[in-house]
Each structure stands twice: as C-alpha cells, then as structure tokens.
Design a protein around this ligand. Structure first.
Ligand code: SAM
Length: 262
C-alpha cells in the first residue's frame, strides 16, 4: 500500500476512536485535503516511512486543521439531508430508539390534548401524531429559524410553530384560549444546553405551567465519544431540585436518559 493510503487509514482509525464520525467521511475529507496540500504531498513522496512524515511541522499543522474542521462540522445541530429527522443531530441520534421512547412515555401522553415542546428542534418530525388521536395541538417553541422553516414546509396539521427565544413571550401566550396549563411539556436535551449557554433562562423554563413534563439529557457527547451522563444528570437533577419538581418516572434509552416530572 502506498504511503498516502496508509496515512489516511491510520489517521482515520485514530480520529474515529475519538470523534463521532463515520470512517468514510474522514477518509474522503483527508484524501481531498492531502490532494490540495502540495507541501505535504512532497514530504510524503520524499519520505521512507510515515514516522518521518508524522514528525514534520507540515503534517502536524495539516492534521490539526483537519480535526478542527471535523470538530466544527460535528458541533452544528443541523446538516443537509433528504430526511428531516436525519438532518438534526438530536433527532437523528434518537431515531433508532424512538419507539422505545414512546413505549416509556405512552401512558403519560395518550390523554394529552395540548403538548408544548420547548427547544423542540426537529423532534415534531419524529412525533407519531397518528398514535395520539386525543391530541389537539402540539405547540413548538424554538429560536432555530432553519428548523422552523423545515417544519413549516411539512404542514403537520396539529403542529403550531413559534420561532422565538425562550422568555421572549409569556408561556401563557402559547396556550390555547381558556386553558391555564399544558397537559405535557417536552424539554428534550434542552436543560443542559440552556444551563451552558443561558443559565438565567432556567428559571423562565421552570415557570411553564404544566401537568407533567419530560426532561432529558444525552449519555454521549455531541462530538467526541465521551460519556457525559453523570454531568448532564447533575444539571437536570439540580434543575428538578432547585425548582421543587417531583420525579414520576425515569426514562432510559441507549443514548439518552430523562425524568417525567410533575
Ligand atoms: C440539543 S437541541 C434539542 C432539540 C430537540 N429538543 C431534540 O431533543 O430533538 C436544543 C434545541 O434547543 C433550542 N434552544 C436552545 N436555546 C434556546 C433558547 N434560548 N430559545 C429557544 N430555543 C432554544 C435550540 O435551537 C435547539 O433546537
């Protein structure tokens, strides 16, 4: 095997051990980048083995930049995809286990007429509307413009979309007339994000009027293959304790965990 091929293979194996990325994506990116890097190609061609290549400044800079690019592309929630569920990292990661999620929460949402989804992303695209005939409105609030546009195009009949920041409007403004609380609220993978980015909004979220809500967190980091359940659980339990909610049920999926609260 020539040195370029071996280099790509070795670096792909290494990157895939750490990052949540498919080997073919890494291979493609590295081979494109190597082709565009004349200095590195010269070094590889004039080296006897990869050890020599790995020691050079040019290679070190090259691999650092490539990893940075991969890191940032993995950090974005959305990517182009024909399938809506697949285009948002949160719904994509959950899609394999979506039936397990609904098996665990079914009894808590089957009588719900009004559901609120805070920071919903593209979750409505995987919500099985046909399974819940009692549902009248599924109300979505998220600041993400792209997710809003994508969901709007789908025209789900019960879905009501509000493209706002949390706290921009009173929760009561999202409630259908005559109602004082939501039957069920989804806060999927939201509390740890808000805790990291806009802590002051946790109190705003705690004031949503609801009968029951589901709060979840991730078990694995977004970009790297690192277990973050403990860290996310501490944030979520902190939220539940600080604002005095009661845990009704624990939800467990292979890559997500959560609590139904009252
Ligand atoms: C990790 S994603 C989870 C998406 C979805 N709940 C799911 O689990 O599939 C977090 C979502 O919260 C939204 N979000 C974060 N901070 C927000 C804020 N201050 N106001 C409105 N939406 C927010 C983001 O736009 C993003 O769609």
């Amino acid at each position: 095997m020539d040195l370029v091929k071996t280099l790509i293979q070795e670096q792909t194996d290494k990157i895939c051990k750490t990052y949540k990325i498919e080997p073919n994506e890494v291979q493609e990116l590295l081979s494109q980048k190597i082709k565009g890097n004349g200095e590195l190609v010269d070094i590889i061609n004039s080296s006897e083995n990869l050890k020599q290549v790995y020691r050079t400044k040019i290679f070190k800079q090259f691999i650092k930049k490539a990893k940075k690019e991969m890191y940032y592309s993995l950090r974005t929630y959305q990517k182009e995809s024909e399938d809506l569920v697949d285009s948002h990292i949160s719904s994509r990661e959950r899609s394999e286990h979506i039936d397990k999620l609904f098996d665990q929460i079914d009894g808590h949402i089957k009588m719900a007429e009004v559901i609120l989804d805070i920071g919903g992303g593209l979750f409505p695209a995987s919500f099985p509307f046909e399974k819940y005939p009692n549902l009248k409105q599924f109300i979505w609030v998220d600041k993400d413009k792209k997710a809003y546009e994508s969901l709007k195009k789908e025209n789900y009949s019960k879905l009501v979309l509000h493209n706002y920041n949390i706290g921009e409007n009173l929760w009561e403004e999202y409630l259908p007339e005559g109602l004082s609380e939501f039957d069920f609220v989804f806060m999927l993978k939201l509390i740890p994000v808000v805790n990291r980015q806009e802590k002051e909004l946790l109190e705003v979220i705690s004031k949503v009027p609801f009968k029951q809500a589901l709060i979840t967190g991730s078990k694995e980091a977004m970009v790297k293959k690192i277990d973050i359940e403990k860290r996310e659980n501490a944030v979520i339990r902190g939220f539940i304790d600080t604002f005095g909610f009661n845990i009704v049920k624990k939800i467990d999926l292979p890559n997500e965990f959560g609590y139904i609260i009252e």
